[in-house]
Design a protein around this ligand. Structure first.
Ligand SMILES: NC(=O)c1ccc[n+]([C@@H]2O[C@H](COP(=O)([O-])OP(=O)(O)OC[C@H]3O[C@@H](n4cnc5c(N)ncnc54)[C@H](OP(=O)(O)O)[C@@H]3O)[C@@H](O)[C@H]2O)c1
Length: 328
């Protein structure tokens, strides 16, 4: 008889999520089966459910990262060596995701968790902590002296504030609500600006010029990109890493043509693939080292799998309040 498991499923883009009983997947060569423990709801999951993130077919199981224990190995040495290990994991490209009792994935998409990283924090290790550290690397490689980040009350924004402070890197954090300004100042951020303020662009121009903030990390895009780029010193680079506004980048071409400002994109997987194996191993080691300090994620609330729609509603209500985690 086919063994079955519980999974959160979506029948078509935008449709309501529901719990279904589906066959337990069988790991193929180079793959493992993970008994899932926890998984966060990230902005990329919302885009995935809306049908606007990465190519895939429906019905599907969402969940772009999580943690659990490897309980079955497909053929190959590495899958066998990882048997029984607690891991952070992400799904195969286009494959079913982490919001299920079990996930089948490539062993290369699993990272063993050391004893000091629990399964909750481990479930959030592969997206935001890696990206925050990658931004520090972009900063160093680009020879910048200061940087700007928006949507800065996010989990990622808070990690970047802590990493930058530890390294004495001047960082301008941009948020859109006054209470977020107070919250980030409360955690020690020196430069926090509110993009909803009438004086925002003047303040950003003055502060960016004073600090030499030539790296602009933009998660919002739309008109916001044009405002950030316009206020940036000549020769600055704007790196778009999400489109929270839902809108395409709108910028004044003069900034690009006359003032030698640049536009780039960042996607963690693509960036990591451009690096050597040695770099990746060292990078992962440095991420693991800071998971219980700078790269810690605050958890707002946890939900069982059956309460997925309630969990998403709570997350959307206040994304800056911390991660909403599913216990699977
Ligand atoms: N490119 C990559 O490889 C990569 C990797 C990791 C993360 N990311 C992106 O990084 C961003 C942060 O991720 P996270 O998990 O840390 O987020 P999070 O903790 O879930 O928080 C989301 C943040 O986005 C803000 N936000 C939402 N819509 C906005 C809008 N239209 N304008 C301005 N701010 C808005 C929210 O502020 P409010 O509370 O005011 O709504 C909140 O602070 C996401 O966009 C994510 O997709 C990209």
């Amino acid at each position: 008889m086919t063994e079955m498991m519980k999974a959160i499923r979506q029948r078509k883009p935008g449709a309501t999520l529901q719990i279904e009983s589906i066959p337990l997947p069988e790991p193929g060569p180079g793959e493992v089966l993970v008994r899932m423990s926890a998984s966060p709801i990230n902005p990329s999951d919302l885009a995935s459910i809306a049908g606007t993130y990465m190519a895939k077919s429906w019905p599907f199981t969402p969940g772009l990262e999580g943690s659990g224990t490897i309980v079955k190995a497909g053929s190959g040495l590495l899958p066998r060596l990882r048997m029984g290990k607690r891991v952070a994991c992400s799904p195969n490209a286009g494959g079913d995701g982490a919001w299920a009792e079990y996930m089948k994935t490539s062993v290369m998409k699993t990272v063993p968790l050391p004893g000091n990283i629990d399964l909750e924090q481990g479930s959030m290790m592969l997206v935001n902590p890696m990206t925050a550290m990658a931004f520090i690397q972009l900063f160093k490689e680009g020879g910048h002296t200061a940087m700007v980040n928006n949507a800065a009350a996010s989990a990622l924004g808070k990690m970047l504030i802590r990493l930058a402070a530890d390294r004495s890197i001047p960082l301008i954090s941009v948020v859109r609500k006054e209470k977020q300004v107070q919250e980030l100042r409360g955690m020690g951020a020196l430069h926090v600006l509110n993009s909803s303020s009438k004086t925002f662009e003047d303040e950003l121009r003055a502060l960016s010029g004073q600090l030499g903030a030539t790296l602009i990390l933009d998660a919002v895009t739309g008109k916001e990109s044009g405002r950030l780029l316009n206020a940036a010193p000549d020769g600055s680079t704007l790196v778009a890493y999400a489109r929270l506004s839902g809108d395409p980048i709108q910028a004044d071409p003069s900034d690009l043509i006359r003032l030698e400002k640049n536009l780039k994109g960042f996607q963690l997987g693509i960036w990591l693939n451009s690096k050597s194996t040695i770099f990746k191993l060292r990078f992962l080691k440095s991420v693991k080292k800071e998971m219980s300090s700078s790269l810690h994620s605050h958890v707002n609330q946890t939900f069982p799998m059956d309460h997925i729609n309630q969990a998403i509603a709570l997350y959307q209500e206040n994304m800056s309040a911390g991660k909403v985690l599913l216990h699977l």
